[in-house]
Design a protein around this ligand. Structure first.
Ligand code: CTP
Ligand code: MG
Length: 223
């Protein structure tokens, strides 16, 4: 394998409601992080997995993942971007491709990991999986008054894993300023082209209670 996968898993999961850190919340009896790592490890190109865990849960996460796959576990940071940077710093010499994949996208198929990695391997510096936007999107101003309708055909909803040539991601993080919600955003700021590939509905991010319920149903149906 020539791929390292960084798994930011240090978030609290505020939007999911009160409970354990989101990556440790249960989906069909197993933590979201276990589902996510199992699928990453099933992708044949993956050489190294580095998980950024909640700072107080590093040892617990090591024990949790030991039977699932060989992983490195580091403490995450206060923002997602800091968690990714911490994981990136722990990648050993070797892998030339680095993917960043949210633990919260627990049902992401190994095939999507391979397709993103393959697009980087074929020569793209930065690759993101996307889906078309299905809802009409309005821009609104003060008082929730509509200012206009955005051209949906030019919009994409962005998922993970996002894939990068290793040196490109490292340079983007080294130059990073204010925290962004994805890594491709940092690369865009460097003026480097980011290429889209088709995403997967199964790569949904478990964010709100509805998403957890949907993921339970998908898993029960064989995801
Ligand atoms: N993440 C992280 N470190 C942080 C914040 C987020 O590693 N300081 C991770 C989350 O664990 C998650 C991914 O980044 O796997 C995407 O973030 P998000 O879905 O926003 O998760 P949370 O930040 O945990 O959720 P919320 O914003 O609702 O608190
Ligand atoms: Mg968050």
């Amino acid at each position: 394998g020539d791929v390292a996968v960084l798994v930011p898993a240090a978030g609290a999961g505020v939007r999911l409601g009160p409970g354990a850190p989101k990556a440790l919340r249960l989906l069909a009896g197993e933590p979201l992080l276990v589902h996510a790592v199992r699928r990453i490890a099933a992708a044949g190109s993956v050489h190294t997995i580095v998980v950024a865990a909640p700072a107080g849960e590093v040892e617990a996460v090591r024990r949790l993942l030991a039977p699932v796959a060989p992983v490195l576990v580091v403490p995450g940071g206060a923002e997602r971007q800091a968690s990714v940077a911490a994981a990136l710093a722990a990648v050993p010499a070797g892998p030339g491709i680095v993917l960043v994949h949210d633990a919260a996208r627990a049902l992401t198929p190994p095939e999507l990991v391979e397709s993103v990695a393959g697009a980087v391997r074929s020569g793209h510096d930065a690759v993101i999986p996307v889906l078309p936007v299905v809802d009409t999107i309005k821009e609104v101003g003060a008082g929730e008054v509509v200012l206009g309708t955005v051209d949906r055909s030019a919009l994409r909803a962005v998922q993970t894993p996002q894939g990068f040539r290793r040196s490109v991601l490292a340079a983007a993080h080294a130059a990073a300023g204010d925290p962004l919600t994805d890594d491709a955003g940092l690369v865009e700021k460097q003026g480097i082209p980011v290429v889209c590939v088709p995403g997967s509905e199964y790569a949904l991010k478990v964010t709100r209670p509805f998403d957890l319920a949907l993921a339970e149903h998908l898993l029960a149906a064989g995801a």
